[in-house]
Design a protein around this ligand. Structure first.
Ligand code: ATP
Ligand code: MG
Length: 361
């Protein structure tokens, strides 16, 4: 069986370090491993419109921002197909058929959708499109027969929903769709990177992000303002790691070699953590170290992005070519789906024959 990746992001803003830790870094590694037959990376503009219907210009403007972030991080159009969701109308048709296989109560149980409805104050006025986006996500994944979906933890319920749809479809109509596997980050801290305010998740919609394209002084300002342990008032006090954003970021981004370069008094993160918990280590020192780590991580991305920004028509060309390729792949799956559902009337000679016989008598 082919090994196929499908994943993507909503163009609701520039990408941030949560995306990088949760999915983007892994995608680039998988791409460069050469182990996958196809890699599809989708800019989910249609999904972004489900909760931004009154601000389509925001979505439109951010498509190219996301593409720039992708390529700045190392996604290579020669190895991965980068495309725009709305350019693949086949995905709508698949969603339309999948909707019949899912109940309203099942959608209501989706914990990510529940949390997102609350965050957006949608309680009394949930757009139908938003409510059903897990179904459209199942269409995105299955359209490309994806076997592997590298995403952050918040996507687990979506993958569960997709698997249920695949199972139901294959049971009712015969084996047609491929069941995907979620690929979560192995590093606990990257599953759901918190925002700089310590809030549950860094998210474009919450404004608590460090963006991949941010200038060095802005990154530093944000790191120095980060949430730590509110009980750690004096340097001598023992500090707690629980919910301590600065240490969660170090877990996500720092490597032993960073200590050699920027904090040689410690061999690794465990030693630094132990000192913090014992007391005698100030937040400022830890934040300065984290700043070095983040700067080293982000500088090459920022520089590549600046180069890419010089030729925007090229970025659109990449997306156009990718969208054409993705459309062809999705059309094949849609054909299989229509055949399995037997809504391929004009190609079904057997049906035409059978009906002719029926009316002869
Ligand atoms: P929005 O607020 O518009 O939903 P978002 O910041 O949540 O935006 P998405 O485009 O919804 O970003 O998510 C894209 C991918 O990035 C998904 O795979 C998601 O799991 C991952 N991701 C997003 N935020 C984080 C985070 N804070 N930590 C780890 N992974 C994340
Ligand atoms: Mg999201």
């Amino acid at each position: 069986m082919s090994k196929i990746i499908l994943t993507g992001d909503r163009p609701t803003g520039k990408l941030h370090v949560g995306h990088y830790a949760g999915s983007l870094r892994r995608r680039v590694e998988l791409q460069d491993s050469g182990e996958y037959d196809k890699i599809y990376i989708m800019i989910a503009d249609a999904q972004a419109l489900t909760d931004n219907a009154d601000d389509p210009e925001k979505v439109r403007q951010n498509v190219v921002e996301v593409a720039l972030d992708y390529m700045a991080c190392g996604l290579d159009p020669a190895k991965s197909t980068l495309f725009i969701q709305s350019q693949i109308p086949e995905l709508c048709e698949l969603s339309f058929y999948y909707m019949n296989l899912v109940t309203v109560s099942r959608l209501q149980r989706n914990p990510t959708v529940k949390a997102e409805i609350q965050m957006r104050n949608f309680e009394a006025s949930i757009p139908v499109g938003f409510f059903t986006y897990p179904i459209s996500q199942a269409a995105d994944i299955t359209a490309f027969q994806a076997t592997t979906v590298p995403v952050g933890e918040d996507q687990m319920p979506m993958l569960e929903q997709t698997k249920e749809i695949v199972h139901k479809f294959n049971t009712v109509y015969g084996d047609t769709l491929t069941e995907p596997k979620i690929l979560l980050p192995d590093n606990q801290a990257c599953l759901r990177l918190p925002g700089i305010d310590g809030k549950a998740k860094m998210s474009k919609s919450l404004g608590n992000c460090i963006y991949l394209s941010e200038e060095a002084d802005e990154v530093k300002k944000k790191v120095m303002s980060m949430f730590t342990d509110p009980g750690h008032l004096r340097v001598e006090d023992p500090g707690s790691l629980e919910g301590n954003t600065v240490f969660i970021y170090l877990d996500a981004f720092c490597k032993d070699e960073h200590f050699e370069r920027y904090l040689p008094d410690y061999a690794n993160l465990d030693e630094l953590k132990a000192h913090y918990q014992r007391g005698g280590l100030g937040d400022v020192k830890v934040k300065k170290f984290l700043n070095h780590v983040m700067q080293e991580t982000l500088e090459p991305i920022r520089n590549r992005r600046k180069e890419l920004q010089k030729d925007i028509p090229y970025i659109y060309e990449v997306l156009k070519k990718g969208s054409q390729e993705a459309k062809a792949a999705a059309a094949k799956t849609l054909d299989n789906v229509r055949n399995a559902m037997k809504i391929n009337y004009f190609a079904d000679q057997e049906l035409i024959q059978q009906q002719s016989e029926k009316f002869k008598n």
